[in-house]
Design a protein around this ligand. Structure first.
Ligand SMILES: [Zn+2]
Length: 323
């Protein structure tokens, strides 16, 4: 079956690389897409990187995989979008788009009559994500963010869907597999789950690093995922597991109470107890301090490394193993 995304298409047994112009209103962006149409039937897997800027490992791994995957070794179809949000990725390298200050991963499935970022989300959702039998969105700790690698997914009211998604999440082979108790919100994987698409988030690397070992870790995870889904059967590509995947659940998030300078006492990887002081936000004008306390007990899985924070900035996300 011909694989078609927008004006691009790939016949069975072919790989097509190109860009698709998407009209966002005030500007048009070029979305890079690689379509790998396998020579045998199978599921359609969609991978997106670069939903946020400054998260280089996902984009690097997606671009490398796009070069490595050959249609002759693929059963099914793989659609790879290494830079899903070009304004945020290329201009400023931030989570928010410089076009309108919107974090695209809060507005999926988007709105084709909305602002530029909502329009981009709508285009991606309708043209790239919606056709997926399985979807993985590749993120990293950003330039100001420390992070322990994890895979995330959301529970829905559909047990069969949740079982498929959980299987995908564990197949990646990361130790921490985080489930969210519902599929609310504008994250691309949450919106996909609401549309009955098994969807996971893979977070790899931190601090906006470009690191060959981190990219290799993610590539190994993606090959395990593709093998799990039956898309590739070449076992020589699939690295053995280095960690035993374990269920974790989010217990709390800590936001900055004010604009100011963030001085953490506890950081990513630390175990904290609810109510414990984990740092302070200092007003640079008068030196006054807002004490910041943990909203939950558990391990900090990602945290703010930046000194300067705005009110509501995520300072820490806390989770615990769930057995
Ligand atoms: Zn991200």
């Amino acid at each position: 079956m011909t694989l078609t995304v927008g004006p691009l298409s790939a016949e069975p047994g072919r790989k097509t690389r190109g860009t698709v112009p998407v009209d966002l209103g005030p500007t048009t962006v070029d979305i890079p897409l690689i379509l790998v149409n396998g020579s045998r039937p199978g599921p359609r897997v969609v991978l997106t990187g670069g939903v946020h800027g400054g998260e280089f490992i996902g984009t690097d791994a997606a671009a490398r995989l796009a070069g490595l995957l050959e249609p002759g070794e693929v059963s099914g179809q793989v659609v790879i979008c290494p830079v899903a949000n070009p304004p945020a990725v290329y201009d400023g390298r931030l989570g928010k788009s410089p076009l309108d200050g919107v974090n695209i991963n809060r507005v999926f499935p988007g709105d084709k009559d909305g602002g530029p970022t909502e329009r981009l989300a709508a285009w991606l959702f309708e043209n790239v994500i919606s056709g997926a039998d399985a979807y993985a969105d590749l993120h990293s700790g950003g330039i100001d963010e420390t992070l322990l690698d994890f895979v995330g997914y959301r529970l829905t009211s559909d047990e069969e869907l949740d079982a498929k998604t959980r299987g995908m999440a564990k197949s990646v082979g990361y130790e921490r597999v985080l489930f969210g108790r519902n599929a609310e919100g504008g994250n691309s994987h949450a919106a996909a789950a609401r549309h009955s698409i098994p969807a996971i988030l893979i977070e790899t690397g931190q601090l906006g690093e470009r690191d060959a070992a981190a990219t290799r870790t993610l590539l190994d995870g993606l090959y395990r995922l593709l093998h799990h889904l039956g898309v590739i059967d070449a076992p020589q590509h699939v690295a053995p597991l280095t960690a035993q995947p374990r269920d974790w659940v989010w217990t709390g998030a800590v936001e900055s109470p004010a604009a100011g300078l963030w001085y953490p006492d506890a950081t990513t990887g630390d175990e904290v107890t609810e109510g414990q002081t984990i740092g302070r936000v200092v007003d640079p004008a008068d030196g006054s301090e807002h004490k910041v306390t943990a909203t939950a007990t558990g391990q900090i899985l990602y945290g703010m490394n930046g000194l300067t924070v705005a009110p509501g900035a995520e300072l820490a996300a806390i989770a615990v193993p769930h057995d």
